[in-house]
Design a protein around this ligand. Structure first.
Ligand code: NPQ
Ligand code: MG
Length: 374
């Protein structure tokens, strides 16, 4: 069995509504997809990977155009030079290239999807998932008014989401948080995400959030500020959860050791792939640290993969794996992912378990690059 990368595509999809975070407002999404092939006895099976970079380097230092370039010019050629390429070796082969975890993750995902489809095996089965569905939370953007915010949150409660996450930033925190807690009552799990918008001097202010019985506060400080998060964790009753800071197994272990991560948000793209994400899940479980699965406004491709990963036992908190219609209108590139009774099904199909809609995919495609060596 030999795998090869064959194609890099960019697609463009409009969001159902603008999504505002402390780092910007998104109204549509440019997404890179990677296609790989595996050949077994002359039979070719294809697999797909999704790259979760944003248009600009604001969530992290990676971004769509940078990822496309590093894939074409550096990463894909290194994988093309390998004779017997396997998904399990991709991270090691690309290890000498510094950074670019999201670009690397997309390539590993495409190869893994193709390999597993060729074997007729699901990713969930590969990693030992036993659950058949996962509780679904929803991430709610910053809204221009509290009224608009409460309208949006009520809609999500009607949709069945079991946990609300609200984006916050300096100047837009205590008031909307109080209003949402008041609307949803004391029993709905509720958490906030600052996307690194606060500073070490904000501890006293952030401690006021303790009054609202939040599940956690996600990434209040800068990505590289582990010590600041550790000090903040001591000052807050609300548990501190890290997202952007968790860039590898090593950093995750250090953050836990330092008391900077009482809870961990796991995103495969941020850590360089689904196989590493699985190992970070294991290390958190071994240390008794709860984890949940984050989201990056994925299409049905990445969303299916997240639903499979989040089926692991250590994912004890509801994640940001919401229905595809939370972000996309009808033009999605796979079958829709739905929330039923507050849960998303763990995909059982081969590979990452999504089924592509070729016609919609081709219509959404804005460019295609051949990754086969010349
Ligand atoms: C988070 N996701 O947990 C991210 C942030 C995020 C669902 O809240 C384009 C690409 C837009 C990536 C907006 C959620 C994005 C993005 C937000 C990631 O911090
Ligand atoms: Mg986050």
């Amino acid at each position: 069995m030999s795998a090869r990368l064959v194609e890099l595509r960019e697609i463009h999809l409009p969001l159902v509504a603008p999504f505002q975070t402390s780092f910007g407002t998104q109204t549509s999404r440019r997404i890179l997809l990677v296609r790989a092939e595996v050949e077994v006895d002359g039979v070719v099976t294809e697999g797909w990977g999704e790259c979760v970079t944003g248009d600009e380097p604001t969530y992290s230092s990676e971004y769509v155009d940078g990822a496309a370039l590093v894939i074409r010019s550096v990463l894909a050629p290194r994988l093309a030079a390998i004779d017997n390429l396997h998904a399990a070796d991709v991270a090691r082969i690309l290890g000498p290239v510094r950074g670019h975890p999201m670009a690397k993750a997309a390539l590993e995902m495409a190869v893994l999807d193709a390999e597993l489809r060729a074997e007729g095996r699901s990713f969930a089965a590969l990693i030992g998932v036993t659950r058949d569905r996962i509780p679904s939370g929803v991430s709610v953007g910053i809204h221009p008014t509290v009224d608009a915010l409460l309208h949006t949150v009520s809609g999500y409660l009607d949709d069945g989401y079991v946990r609300i996450k609200l984006k916050i930033e300096p100047g837009c925190d205590l008031e909307p948080v109080a209003a949402v807690r008041d609307l949803i009552g004391p029993d709905v799990p509720f958490q906030v995400d600052a996307n690194a918008a606060y500073s070490r001097h904000d501890a006293e202010h952030l401690a006021k959030l303790d009054a609202f019985d939040l599940l956690l506060i996600e990434q209040p400080l800068a990505e590289d500020d582990l010590l600041g998060h550790s000090e903040l964790a001591k000052a807050l009753a609300t548990p501190v959860c890290l997202d952007e800071s968790i860039t590898s197994e090593t950093v995750c272990a250090d953050a836990i050791e330092l008391g900077a991560a009482e809870i961990v948000n796991i995103k495969a793209g941020r850590v360089g792939g689904y196989l590493t994400a699985r190992r970070i899940h294991d290390l958190c479980r071994d240390r008794g640290v709860p984890v949940w699965c984050g989201g990056m406004l994925e299409t049905g491709i990445g969303r299916a993969a997240n639903a499979a990963l989040a089926g692991l036992d250590g994912f004890t908190l509801p994640g940001d794996v919401s229905a595809s219609r939370r972000f996309w209108a009808e033009d999605i590139v796979t079958e829709p992912i739905d929330v039923v009774d507050g849960h998303v099904a763990v995909p059982t199909g081969a590979g990452f378990g999504f089924e592509l809609d070729r016609e919609v995919l081709d219509r959404a495609t804005t460019s295609t690059v051949n990754l086969r060596p010349a």
